[in-house]
Write a protein that binds this ligand. Structure first.
Ligand code: SAH
Length: 336
C-alpha cells in the first residue's frame, strides 16, 4: 500500500490493528511530510514496528517525465504506475506557491470550451495519486506549498471520496498543514456533492465554474447545467457558505462574443445579489476550437459593471499560457 493515500486517522487505525500506540501516526506524518523521511528506519521506532511498516507500505511518487518552466509558473507531466499521464502546475504568486492538481484521467463533463473534456474519463485518481502530484512538485522544485487548487483535469466531485481524503491528508496539522482556506476545490456544479462537501467535518474552500449568467447559455456551454441548473447550484453554494463561513468563488471564463457583454455582467450581478460570493474572471486560454478569449477592454468593462453593482470581482492573472500549460494542453501535446 502506498502510504501517501493514508489519512492520519487511517494510520492511527493501522497502529491499533498491529497493537501499537496510535500516537505513532502523528510521528510518522511529521517525518513523511515535514522532514521528507523516506526510510522507516529513520523514525526511531522499535524493530518490530519497522518490520510491519516495511512490509505493509511503500513511498511511491509519480514519475516526472516532462517539465516546463517560466518565471511565474512550472508544469510537470507525471506518469502513474499504470502508465497513465497527469499534469500538475505550480504557480509562484506574490503570497506564496500554489499548486493545481488533477483528479481524474480525462473528464466526462463535456464542457464545450474545455480541452480536458475531449478525453473521456479513463479512471479516477486515488488519494495517493493526488497527494503524489503535490509531492512531485515540492520535491522537484524544493519549495513549500502555500495553497492548492483542485482545478486540474477532471471533475473533483465526480471522484468525491478520493478528493475529500486528499483534502484531509494535505491539510493535516502535523503533516503538510496547508491551510484549509488555501485549498480550493473547483466544481462544474454537481449540486448534491456541494452539500456533502459542506458537511465534511473539516471543509476546505469552494469554487464554482459558472461561466454563464443564465440557464439557456450555461446549458449550451456546460451540459451538466441541464441536470443541475443555476438556481440549484447557487442554493447549494449558499448552504456551503452558511455552514462553513468560507466565501465561495464563482469562476467566470471570459469568452469573446459569447458571455462577455455588459448585459451578461448585469445579469450576473443580479444573480449574485447580496450573497457573499466573489467573482473570478478568467481569461480564456485558446485551444483548437471555436472559442476565443475576450478583449482586455471587454474584461475590464465586465469587471467594472460587477463592481458598480456591489459584487467583489477580480481578474485572474494568466500563468500557464506560454507553457501551453492550461487545462489538459500538456498532456494533449504529449499524446500527439
Ligand atoms: N471540473 C472542475 C475543475 C477542473 S476545470 C471545474 O469545472 O471547475 C478548472 C477550470 O478551468 C474551470 O473553471 C474550467 O471551466 C476552466 N477552463 C477549462 N478550459 C479552459 C481554458 N481553455 N482556459 C481557461 N480556463 C479553462
Amino acid at each position: 500500500m502506498n502510504i501517501f493515500g493514508y489519512t492520519l486517522q487511517n494510520l492511527r487505525e493501522y497502529f491499533v490493528k498491529i497493537n501499537e500506540n496510535p500516537a505513532k501516526a502523528a510521528i510518522l506524518y511529521d517525518g513523511i511530510y515535514r522532514r521528507g523521511l523516506r526510510d522507516f528506519r529513520a523514525y526511531g521506532f522499535a524493530e518490530r514496528v519497522v518490520e510491519h511498516l516495511e512490509s505493509d507500505f511503500t513511498f511511491e511518487i509519480p514519475k516526472v517525465i516532462e517539465r516546463r518552466e517560466n518565471e511565474s509558473a512550472a508544469k510537470l507531466l507525471l506518469k502513474l504506475s499504470d502508465g497513465e499521464l497527469v499534469e500538475t502546475v505550480l504557480m509562484r504568486q506574490r503570497f506564496g506557491n500554489c499548486i493545481c492538481v488533477s483528479t481524474q484521467i480525462g473528464c466526462n463533463m463535456g464542457c464545450k470550451f474545455c480541452q480536458s473534456g475531449l478525453m473521456k474519463r479513463v479512471r479516477n485518481l486515488s488519494p495517493e495519486e493526488i497527494v503524489g502530484q503535490v509531492l512531485a512538485i515540492s520535491e522537484t522544485f524544493s519549495c513549500k506549498i502555500n495553497g492548492i487548487s483542485v482545478m486540474g483535469i477532471g471533475e473533483p466531485f465526480d471522484n468525491f471520496d478520493a478528493v475529500s481524503n486528499f483534502c484531509e491528508i494535505v491539510s493535516e496539522d502535523c503533516g503538510m498543514a496547508v491551510g484549509r482556506r488555501h485549498i480550493t476545490v473547483s466544481t462544474c456544479g454537481i449540486a448534491p456533492r456541494i452539500y456533502d462537501y459542506a458537511d465534511l467535518s473539516r471543509s476546505c474552500s469552494l469554487a464554482i465554474s459558472l461561466h454563464a449568467p443564465n440557464d439557456a447559455l450555461r446549458s449550451r456551454l456546460m451540459p451538466i447545467n441541464r441536470r443541475y441548473p443555476i438556481a440549484e447550484v447557487m442554493e447549494a453554494a449558499r448552504y456551503f457558505s452558511r455552514k462553513t463561513h468560507h466565501r465561495v468563488a464563482l469562476e467566470y471564463l471570459m469568452l469573446k462574443g459569447i458571455n462577455d457583454s455588459s448585459e451578461h455582467a448585469r445579469e450576473l450581478a443580479g444573480l449574485i445579489g447580496d450573497d457573499d460570493f466573489y467573482v473570478n474572471l478568467i481569461p480564456y486560454n485558446s485551444t483548437d476550437n471555436e472559442f476565443c478569449k475576450s478583449e482586455p477592454d471587454e474584461i475590464s468593462n465586465f469587471c467594472g459593471i460587477l463592481k458598480n453593482n456591489g459584487v467583489i470581482a477580480t481578474k485572474r492573472h494568466e500563468f500557464g499560457a506560454n507553457l501551453n500549460a492550461a487545462c489538459g494542453q500538456l498532456r494533449a501535446d504529449y499524446l500527439k
